[in-house]
Design a protein around this ligand. Structure first.
Ligand code: ADP
Ligand code: SF4
Length: 592
């Protein structure tokens, strides 16, 4: 079975000469393989007449077409199709009783479509896109007996209520007015307002307006609002973005407690978090924007190992060219280059907040991972090194020029990604090592005609990382580059950052809370300790082993190594392994 998909937001019939139709071989042979719509001027592609030659893909000046072959066993499992040449979803995840069910995979493969179907907001059409009156009975009949079928029987009866924690919490301030208290008290259906606001450590923020909150505070407020609802299924779409690792561990405990009595579905790209949080995981794969396929649920350990390996054996499908591997850190011998900046005994007061530092230095070709609780002065410190902030005491060798990617990427530009790149870094993105290792590796080449305003969170992040790495500077500072990127894109971003620093002999500071990402990206670690908003102390950079041990001791978490994939896995608190490792101070299980 072939699918021909038109990317509606790429297709610009006023700015082309119908190249897809003109060059299509079946059309030239007199067949109606591509017909142009009289009203919109956009093509309708017949999948039965298309021979899959791919000529239209190459001829289209706006990269608006996808032609792909589907695995044949999928013919009967289509859940929804938006239009003739629209996105298709195959199979669904199953909300299971008393479990946290995880979804693992890239964005743009139908997770939101699936959530809309499971919540009853959209009646799936089983592929018959012309049928505007699709009903639940059809979908129930199409499913084999089992938990998913029973679930839809309840959906049909109207017995299922759902609550959703949306993905992009940074958009909330544009949508909601009023104080945190107003918002939360309105949705407190379970009468647990006091308890939850305390547990999520937002009880001191209740009288602030939503506009005054930081990313991590917005995230906790949104999670709280979802938990306060009294419903049957709770969806959490990327609950960990902007949260530090302490907060992530807290959310894990809260969501697991909720799942003792409710159904919970979580979309999470921080694999260490997904690993401890979920009981079962569905992998989703496919072709972005064209089709998405949910695999049956596996145990979390199996699903994550399979995902990292990049090959789904049951489906006989490769989802990535190469496996993602975790290095034994003694393997990473990086010769330190000359010093770029060094500092010592810095102190800086900002309002109520006090930052202090030890002595440290960063070298050419070195990537320093920056870890620690939110609000302990990570960005402030880097800005001091860049000469953007002054300091009250201490010394810094010189002001290095800096290229900065902030945590929140606020762009109000109404232009294409291509123009954005041109205006920020000139024409250099089109060629050379940067084009291969950054632009293509991050998938930015596929976004060029898209309007900046229409980019998803992950797409915007990828472009912002590319721009940051493309500017000329001595020091590169990336503040939470993993936010909104899927697990695969995180690994690609980590590699892009490393390669850029190695190739140009530059240095980078990468602030992030995803432990796998930090593991892959860092040569050394700058570790922050302290109390958010009150005081912070920066020590290091340390070698990775020493830094991780220091950092994780502060978080009170130990990791063991998976015996197959060698990936780090969070130990259960007070388990035998946890106690053993704690006893010898080996928090990250380096000697696997
Ligand atoms: P995810 O949640 O995994 O990012 P979505 O379910 O939002 O994926 O979207 C998958 C694809 O379906 C996207 O390419 C999107 O353009 C398309 N899509 C989503 N909603 C609609 C709609 N209402 N009409 C047509 N296409 C849609
Ligand atoms: Fe025509 Fe299909 Fe070839 Fe495109 S891929 S040019 S639609 S035959």
């Amino acid at each position: 079975m072939r699918v021909a998909v038109l990317k509606e937001d790429h297709c610009q019939p006023k700015k082309c000469n119908d190249e897809c139709q003109t060059f299509c071989p079946p059309v030239r042979n007199g067949q109606e393989c591509i017909i142009m719509d009289e009203k919109t001027g956009k093509p309708h592609i017949s999948e039965s007449l298309c021979i899959g030659c791919g000529i239209c893909i190459n001829k289209c000046p706006h990269d608006a077409l996808i032609i792909e072959q589907l695995p044949s066993e999928l013919e009967t499992d289509m859940i929804h199709r938006y239009s003739m040449n629209g996105f298709r979803l195959f199979r669904l995840p199953t909300p299971s009783k008393e479990s946290v069910v995880g979804i693992l995979g890239p964005n743009g493969m139908g997770k939101s479509t699936a959530i809309n179907a499971l919540s009853g907001r959209m009646v799936p059409n089983l592929g018959d896109w012309l049928n505007k009156d699709a009903d639940w009975e059809d979908i129930i009949e199409s499913l084999p007996r089992g938990e998913l079928r029973d679930f839809f029987i309840s959906v049909e009866k109207g017995d299922i209520k759902v609550a959703l924690k949306p993905q992009n919490v940074d958009r909330l301030p544009k949508k909601i007015k009023g104080t945190v208290r107003d918002l939360l008290s309105r949705v407190d259906e379970r009468g647990i307002f006091e308890e939850m606001t305390k547990e999520l450590a937002i009880d001191h923020l209740l009288d602030r307006t939503v506009q005054q909150l930081s990313g991590g505070e917005l995230q906790r407020m949104a999670i709280c609002a979802t938990l306060l609802r009294d419903v049957d299924v709770y969806f959490f779409d990327e609950p960990s973005s902007y949260l530090d690792i302490h907060e992530r561990m807290r959310i894990v405990r809260i969501i697991q407690k909720l799942a003792e009595t409710k159904r919970v579905i979580v979309i999470e790209h921080d694999l260490a978090v997904l690993d401890v949080l979920a009981d079962l995981v569905h992998i989703v794969y496919g072709k972005k924007g064209a089709f998405g396929i949910f695999t049956p649920a596996r145990t979390t350990r199996q699903a994550i190992n399979t995902y990292l390996d990049g090959f789904l054996p049951e489906q006989n499908v490769r989802i990535r060219d190469k496996p993602i591997k975790f290095l034994n850190h003694s393997d990473r011998v990086s010769e330190l280059g000359s010093e770029v900046v060094s500092w010592g005994g810095l102190s800086k007061k900002l309002g109520e907040f006090q930052l202090t530092t030890g002595e440290g230095a960063v070298h050419r070709s070195e990537v320093v991972g920056v870890v620690g609780p939110n609000g302990t002065g990570k960005s402030t410190m880097i800005k001091i090194l860049a000469g953007e902030h002054g300091y009250d005491e201490g010394w810094v060798t010189e002001d290095a020029t800096i290229s900065y990617k902030p945590q929140h990427i606020d762009v109000d530009m109404d232009c294409s990604v291509q123009l954005w790149l041109d205006s920020e870094i000139g024409p250099k993105w089109r060629v050379g090592e940067y084009n291969v290792n950054v632009i293509r590796a991050l998938g930015v080449d596929e976004l060029l005609p898209k309007r900046v305003k229409k980019l998803s969170g992950g797409e915007r992040q990828a472009v912002a990382i590319a721009i940051c790495l493309g500017r000329e500077a001595d020091l590169y500072l990336l503040d939470e580059p993993s936010a909104h990127l899927d697990a695969n894109a995180r690994m690609e971003a980590a590699k892009a950052i490393r390669r850029t620093m190695e190739a140009n002999e530059k240095s980078a500071f990468v602030i992030d809370h995803d432990v796998y990402f930090i593991d892959i990206v860092s040569d050394s670690l700058l570790v922050f300790e302290g109390e958010g908003g009150i005081h912070g102390k920066a020590e290091g950079p340390f070698k990775l082993r020493e830094g991780m041990n220091r950092f994780l001791e502060g978080v009170n978490v130990t990791f063991r190594r998976d015996h197959d994939s060698k990936r780090p896995r969070i130990n259960k608190l007070e388990s035998r392994k946890d106690r053993e490792q704690r006893g010898v101070g080996d928090f990250y299980s380096f000697d696997h």
